[in-house]
Design a protein around this ligand. Structure first.
Ligand code: GAP
Length: 518
């Protein structure tokens, strides 16, 4: 396997990331040997490790740290749920079809791509007017378009041997939580406020999937529905811990003026000035900003955009998408919605099941704050933010933080012979048993192995050489600086903890080891 040479032909950043992802087993097309399936990707060994780390980080920080409950709902959901939630009637995208070649496109994306103008939330009639006024043609064959129409994004199926039992693959994880709200709150004897979290697959029959794992038809979400009594929305638990943190917010007024860069305002001030609907929303926006930074997304490339009225459902008390400035432009990665009482009241009405919960003020239907994070899009943001082409080496590399790097450490024998490989395998097993994600590489020249290790963003390489056989020391190579130090084999697990947690850099660790032997 060859690492990428920087001198290779000029490609877009997205193409480069896709290339390295395919080659190194981060993600690649589903059923690739048969030509693949548009909008479907498999996560390979490295992508799976990264995705697990991301999900575990979210679980620790968004679920356990908050004492929220986690559930795992069915992916197949009966039709009545989506009648009540509004997905059957309204979960649509506008579709246009070419009269000549019959290719189908999202009408709003055609306008955005060709005219660089936001067409989100426009009706098919409004889109038709823009398309005909600007004489927009089919990108595949330059043919004319038929009129735009609404296309429902849910994937429909029939369940069981008798036809007519219609169900849908869920387009969001949220509906499992709303429909089971009574069960969850009763079984856990939950008191407001409390949250219910879910991570899992969802399906959307996207009209034009594109841009690698950014817009696909099957993806994972990490969702949280946090239930509050109305008076708790401005006084959520622990708000003061994060109240002074700065949030990059793009207001509706800024958008009307064509401004793209957000203002920086503390969470407390954003609530006081009514830029955000309540402190509960502000609290979760800060947590998201921290999560993104911890997994390696450059915080300067993040903004929370107040969705425009035409992009916001009528029941929402305010939607603020977390967007990341990628090489393809600002991209939504998290949907944050103040869903108020909409979902629980809709399901109460349709199912005739009372959704109220006992609270100090009586029986109330809670208000909902929903941070919904796309796992694949977050992964892509990490890949772009951490991708490096630097003058100090002839290969591309990822500067992943250890929170997300697929492996913590690579173990290499300098040579395969003279007992070096056996010794390296012993150290490899030892590091694995201590809980480090460890990879072993003994093939090819040592320089090539360092390059392969950098290419997948492994923070440290441990090399076993002839000195190791004499004095039981090994070298640790730092991916970022390419510097090396020697440490005694018996100190290696502790040294790795100090390095991976960021408590010590390589040089400080070397000094620490010197001091302890003096
Ligand atoms: N329950 C709320 C909800 O589903 P959303 O904004 O539709 O909200 C949340 O979706 C996140 O899911 C998005 O911010 C994005 O990261 C991810 N997502 C949505 N559609 C996607 C697609 N076709 N491919 C990949 N990720 C997608």
């Amino acid at each position: 396997m060859e690492e990428t040479s920087i001198s290779e032909k000029k490609q877009s950043l997205l193409d480069k990331i896709q290339d390295v992802s395919f080659r190194r087993g981060i993600a690649y097309p589903t059923g690739e040997i048969y030509g693949g399936l548009s909008g479907a990707f498999d996560y390979g060994p490295l992508g799976t490790l990264m995705r697990l780390k991301l999900i575990n980080f979210w679980r620790e920080y968004f679920v356990k740290d908050e004492n929220h409950f986690e559930v795992e709902g069915s992916l197949i959901i009966p039709e009545k749920v989506f009648e009540a939630s509004g997905h059957l009637a309204k979960f649509n995208d506008p579709l246009v079809q070419c009269k000549s070649c019959k290719s189908m496109f999202r009408a709003d994306k055609i306008i955005e791509d060709k005219l660089d103008q936001n067409a989100d939330g426009l009706s098919p009639e409004e889109l038709d007017k823009i398309i005909s006024k600007n004489k927009l043609k089919c990108p595949s064959c330059e043919g004319d378009f038929m009129n735009a129409r609404e296309f429902n994004l849910m994937l429909k199926t029939e369940v069981g041997s008798v036809s007519g039992n219609v169900a849908y693959l869920r387009p969001e994880t949220a509906q499992n939580i709303f429909t089971s709200f009574k069960r969850i709150s009763h079984s856990m004897r939950a008191k407001l406020p409390f949250g219910v979290a879910q991570v899992g697959k969802v399906y959307r029959n996207e009209i034009s999937p594109r841009q690698f794992i950014i817009r696909v038809r099957e993806f994972k979400q990490m969702e949280l529905e946090v239930f509050f009594a109305e008076e708790q929305l401005d006084d959520p638990p622990r708000f003061e811990e994060l109240a002074d943190e700065l949030l990059p917010i793009l207001t509706r007024e800024q958008q009307a003026k064509g401004i793209e860069e957000p203002i920086l305002i503390s969470a407390a001030d954003a609530v006081k000035k009514k830029i955000l609907p309540n402190a509960a929303m502000a609290y979760y926006l800060v947590k998201e900003k921290i999560l993104f930074e911890e997994v390696g997304v450059n915080p300067e490339l993040i903004r929370f955009r107040h969705m425009l009225p035409k992009e916001t459902p009528h029941y929402s008390g305010g939607n603020f998408d977390l967007e990341v400035k990628l090489s393809i432009g600002w991209t939504e990665v998290v949907g944050n919605a103040f869903r108020q009482q909409h979902d629980l009241t809709s399901h109460e009405k349709a199912s005739k099941t009372k959704m109220g919960i006992q609270h100090t003020t009586g029986n109330v239907i809670p208000f909902v704050i929903e941070p919904s994070i796309g796992v694949g899009r977050t992964m892509y943001c990490v890949l772009e933010s951490c991708y490096r082409e630097t003058d100090d080496r002839d290969w591309t590399w990822f500067q992943f933080p250890s929170t997300i790097a697929p492996y913590d450490v690579q173990v290499c024998p300098l040579m395969k012979k003279d007992g070096l490989e056996e010794k390296a395998l012993e150290i490899f097993e030892e590091l694995k048993s201590e809980g480090f994600e460890t990879i072993f590489d003994s093939s090819g020249k040592i320089g090539k192995r360092y390059a392969r290790s950098d290419e997948i963003g492994t923070p440290y390489c441990v090399t076993i050489d002839y000195d190791t056989l004499q004095d039981d020391t090994v070298t640790i190579r730092d991916r970022d600086t390419m510097e090396q130090i020697r440490v005694p084999q018996e100190e290696l697990p502790d040294a790795m903890v100090l390095l991976l947690t960021g408590e010590y850099g390589l040089k400080e660790l070397e000094d620490l080891l010197k001091e302890s032997t003096e």
